[in-house]
Design a protein around this ligand. Structure first.
Ligand code: NAD
Ligand code: 0WE
Length: 267
């Protein structure tokens, strides 16, 4: 028996089998959770249906988080399949591509700033709020995905870094808001992973190379490693953890000076 058996989880943000949300879904499935999924548009619908089927799920519902109606309908429709919900997983981020390339102040715009914060941070509050009726009395938990660019400047990450900073504050305020109902809210801050959201990001390959030189584990993290941490955080094993940002980054964020780069310098 897995440590999530008897739990029902809604997973939002699968684009394909490289998505972090897919790693989370697989790990939660291994631990015995029952799964439902959302997809944002018709282009992704059949792929999410197919992936859901692989994990024994027929509950695949539409939701573009830029729409209040979509968010509300998602939980109305979920309520027609399930009478309760234990786990909400939010793996959604978006900023205009032009604002993820170049100097921050030269690229940021009012519209782009608003869009990034709306899709990447506000949507977590909105989904959490809409999920509440199904989570009453369940020892439920919510989880989102962040990145180090929230707390340290990062070349090209730009307005997404501000949106992730907002998302991390959101985790703390949602945890306070829902604590008295015994609903926990956490984030995983993952190291860089080659997903659809990372494809086409300038110098991503070079960033991964640098990451491998600095991170104590000397390698990137996988969607399975993020998935296993997600399964733990959303399980009763983590009943004392809320409002927390857990780093799954091969130790990258804990280092001040890279051992390998220092050796290269002294050679
Ligand atoms: P991904 O492209 O597989 O997932 C991003 C998802 O966001 C997609 O499924 C996309 O459909 C969804 N999305 C975007 N706009 C949406 C909208 N309006 N409505 C509904 N869904 C929408 O990439 P990923 O890397 O798995 O990203 C998942 C999360 O992990 C994101 O929050 C990302 O910021 C975070 N993250 C990624 C990395 C990385 O290096 N890949 C590192 C740390 C954190
Ligand atoms: O959060 C992310 C990326 C999120 C993302 C990706 C895209 C690409 C396509 C948000 N919006 C868009 N918009 C698009 O049009 N990551 C943590 C991955 C990532 O993105 C970077 C990174 C890393 C790491 C961008 C610049 C620098 C580093």
């Amino acid at each position: 028996m897995g440590f999530l058996s008897g739990k029902k989880a809604l997973i939002c943000g699968i684009a394909n089998n490289r998505s972090i949300a897919w790693g989370i879904a697989q790990s939660m499935h291994r631990q015995g959770a029952e799964l439902a999924f959302s997809y944002p548009n018709d282009k992704l619908k059949s792929r999410v249906i197919d992936l859901g089927k692989q994990l024994g799920s027929n509950t695949i519902l539409p939701c573009d988080v830029s729409s209040d109606d979509d968010i509300n309908n998602l939980f109305v429709e979920l309520g027609e399949h399930w009478d309760s919900l234990d786990i909400l997983v939010h793996c959604i981020a978006f900023a205009n591509r032009e604002e993820l390339d170049g100097n921050y102040l030269e690229t940021v715009t009012r519209e782009g700033f608003t869009l990034a914060h709306d899709i990447s941070s506000y949507s977590f509050s909105a989904m959490g709020k809409a999920a509440l009726p199904l989570m009453q009395g369940r020892d439920a938990s919510m989880l989102t995905l962040s990145y180090l660019g929230a707390v340290r400047s990062m070349p090209n990450y730009n307005v997404m870094g501000l949106a992730k900073a907002s998302l991390e504050a959101n985790v703390r305020y949602m945890a306070q808001s829902l604590g008295s109902q015994n609903i926990r809210v956490n984030a995983i801050s993952a190291g860089p992973i080659r997903t659809l959201a990372a494809s086409g990001i300038k110098n991503f390959r070079a960033m991964l190379g640098y990451f491998e030189k600095v991170a104590p584990l000397g390698r990137p993290v996988t969607i399975d490693e993020v998935g296993n941490t997600a399964a733990f955080l959303c399980s009763d094993l983590a009943s004392g953890i809320t409002g927390e940002i857990t780093y799954v980054d091969a130790g990258f964020s804990t280092v001040s000076l890279s051992e390998q780069l220092l050796q290269d310098e002294t050679r």
